[in-house]
Design a protein around this ligand. Structure first.
Ligand code: NAD
Length: 609
């Protein structure tokens, strides 16, 4: 289209106001003339998504505004007001008054003069030392854009254009990294599109929040609402628990104020604290439009809470549970209006983790789901919808990943090697550092339940040994690693490493050297296989939802686009082949490929179509 405009026999005049960014600016650069209103924002922001301006921007902009200005704009993506570009050859006129009238008048005059009309592509790029400047730009970018290739490639494309001409510069490459970031960009926007909940579904008004339980999660959840200016009634069973919860919230705010000097002032901290109404009485929750429960993870306790909420909540109030593992449908059944019940599964630490799994029960009303998704946006979360199952999307998958990590300990690896390999792949934190942070006792409790409920499921018990030694992680000063008081560095522990080797021996396992490649493959593909099952069962509606869960809640490397996109990138044929190979090894029973993996491997398809 840009070529057609540029080659047109009639003069093309573009009138620019408000914004001309990305493709809009590239189209404008294809026209013969440009007239802008002052204050219009001009940018090629693609680089922010690790994309290249792919429709000629890298070639035409330097010809319109000069090499230096163009390079700065393209590599930073930052908008520049039109009047600042008035001195360049980008605009033929700045229209102070009526932009449209000025453009029409300009077009008339151009047509009267007759063609051929000027093309930006025909201009020369003038610079006294283009090569030197490009090198300077390259050095500056190298320092800040390590994993993101687009800024480098923008410079390459501009350089090629300068040295070899317009067409050569235009021959751009699309990298897997840029595909991953585009996937993330669209995946995040697709996450709140739910097939049977159209965008015009009415939502309920949420002005007042209730939170039940002021522990780790309850306090964090309350802060998320307070930050958005929503008043929160915070309920506990005992005064001392309530006081502790409030003190933690205050301390977290004060720590944050220390870090974000100037942004979060003491005054703002007080404002937020003043929005909390602490209470021991359920009657105080009667005005809440949404009540989020974050009490102990025991069905009996949840039952007690939901039966009371059912009594006092006002008509139309939404009742949400932050449960990580319990059956939301059962929780909903404790109320008379299960349609008003939903899961809001926040992730710890709630001020850092952007993920919110919106857990949809069998009866959850569509307008309840729509309301929670809209509210998630308001509090800065990425909501992903999950149906009810054990662990929902994220934790159900991570269990398989941890299971593989433990098998590998038994087979020959040590915690530090496994963590290092997957961190080099790009994960924020390896499985053992992560478990130490969350508390090894949490996984232990889950495993104990698994041994009872699914005795046929094979697990390495090496982690149980660690827990029996009292090594619950950072909170006990020892876990898979040792910790020194006041420091968070994970120091390899001889005691634990010896325990692992002794455990292998006891199991009759022949320890072998496990390569980093195998570590990464087994960890990531275990996520892929469980993710595929989650899609097969309809727990997640689309592969990109799973990727969003891993990118926003589990520290999966952003430039790899999530586990499902990663599988697409290496190809499902290769994924399935690796699974079949691991199925032959000790502890191979976990590697039966999911139906969808086999089907896509056979058809040459992808999870993300
Ligand atoms: P926690 O032990 O830190 O806090 C629970 C709080 O609930 C305590 O302060 C307790 O006094 C209070 N409480 C207990 N019974 C109550 C009742 N009947 N009424 C009012 N308050 C009551 O636990 P947590 O880690 O905050 O977990 C809370 C919930 O969040 C659980 O369902 C858990 O599975 C879920 N969750 C936890 C995490 C995590 O990383 N910790 C992450 C996601 C979800």
């Amino acid at each position: 289209m840009i070529k057609a405009v540029e080659g047109s026999a009639k003069p093309a005049v573009v009138a620019i106001h408000a914004v001309a960014m990305g493709g809009g600016l590239e189209l404008a650069l294809g026209a013969h003339y440009r007239i802008a209103a002052p204050g219009a924002q001009i940018a090629l922001p693609e680089v922010k998504l690790d994309l290249l301006p792919g429709a000629g921007g890298t070639q035409r902009l330097p010809r319109a505004v000069g090499l230096e200005t163009a390079l700065n704009m393209i590599v930073s993506g930052t908008p520049v007001p039109s009047e600042k570009l008035a001195q360049t050859a980008l605009f033929d006129e700045i229209a102070e008054a009526d932009l449209l009238a000025a453009a029409i008048c300009f077009a008339g005059q151009a047509a009267d003069r007759g063609g051929p009309y000027p093309k930006v592509r025909d201009r020369k790029i003038e610079h006294p030392n283009a090569e030197g400047f490009i090198q300077f730009a390259r050095n500056s970018v190298a320092a800040v854009a390590q994993h993101f290739p687009a800024p480098h490639e923008c410079i390459d494309a501009i350089e090629k254009g300068v040295k070899e001409g317009f067409e050569r510069g235009l021959a751009l490459v699309q990298t897997p990294e840029s595909r991953a970031l585009r996937h993330t960009f669209f995946g995040e926007r697709a996450a709140d599109k739910i097939a049977d909940v159209p965008p015009d579904t009415p939502v309920r008004k949420i002005g007042h929040i209730g939170v039940v339980g002021a522990g780790t999660m309850g306090g964090g959840i309350a802060m998320n609402f307070l930050n958005a200016g929503l008043p929160v009634v915070l309920l506990e069973t005992k005064q001392d628990a309530l006081d502790r919860g409030l003190a933690t919230i205050r301390r977290n705010y004060e720590d944050e104020a220390q870090v974000k000097k100037g942004k979060l002032t003491q005054e703002k901290v007080e404002e937020r604290m003043a929005l909390i109404h602490p209470t021991l009485s359920y009657a105080d929750l009667a005005q809440a439009d949404l009540i989020v429960e974050a009490v102990f993870e025991e069905l009996g306790v949840k039952e007690q809470v939901f039966r009371q909420l059912d009594e006092i909540a006002k008509p139309g109030a939404i009742l949400a549970s932050n449960t990580s593992t319990l059956d939301l449908n059962k929780i909903a059944s404790f109320t008379k209006l299960p349609g008003d019940v939903i899961g809001m599964h926040f992730f710890s630490p709630t001020n850092v983790m952007k993920l919110l799994e919106a857990v949809r029960g069998e009866e959850t009303a569509k307008n309840v789901l729509a309301t929670v998704i809209q509210l998630a946006k308001k509090i800065g979360k990425t909501a992903v919808v999950a149906d009810v199952c054990d662990g929902f999307i994220g934790n159900r998958m991570i269990e398989q990943y941890i299971r593989q990590a433990l098998f590998m300990l038994e087979e020959g690896a040590l915690p530090a090697q496994i963590d290092r390999a997957i961190e080099q792949f790009g994960f924020a934190m390896g499985p053992f550092r992560m478990s130490n942070l969350a508390g090894n006792d949490i996984g232990w409790a889950i495993r104990k339940r698994r041994y009872r409920e699914q005795p046929e499921l094979h697990y390495s018990r090496v982690a149980d040994r660690l827990c029996e030694m009292g090594c619950f992680g950072q909170k006990t000063g020892a876990g898979w690693y040792d910790y020194q008081p006041g420091r968070r560095d994970a120091l390899p522990s001889k005691l634990v490493d010896d325990m692992i080797v002794a455990y292998s021996k006891e199991q009759g396992a022949v320890r072998r050297r496990i390569g980093d490649e195998e570590i990464v493959e087994r960890l990531v593909l275990s996520l892929v296989n469980e993710g595929a099952k989650i899609l097969d069962e309809g727990i997640a509606a689309k592969a990109s939802d799973i990727d969003m869960v891993y990118l926003t809640g589990y520290g999966f490397p952003l430039w790899r686009g999530g586990p499902m996109l990663y599988a697409d990138t290496i190809g499902l044929y290769n994924v399935e082949r690796a699974m079949r190979k691991y199925a032959q090894q000790p502890n191979g029973a976990a590697w039966q490929p999911a139906a969808r993996v086999s089907a896509l491997a056979a058809s040459g398809g992808r999870f993300n179509a």
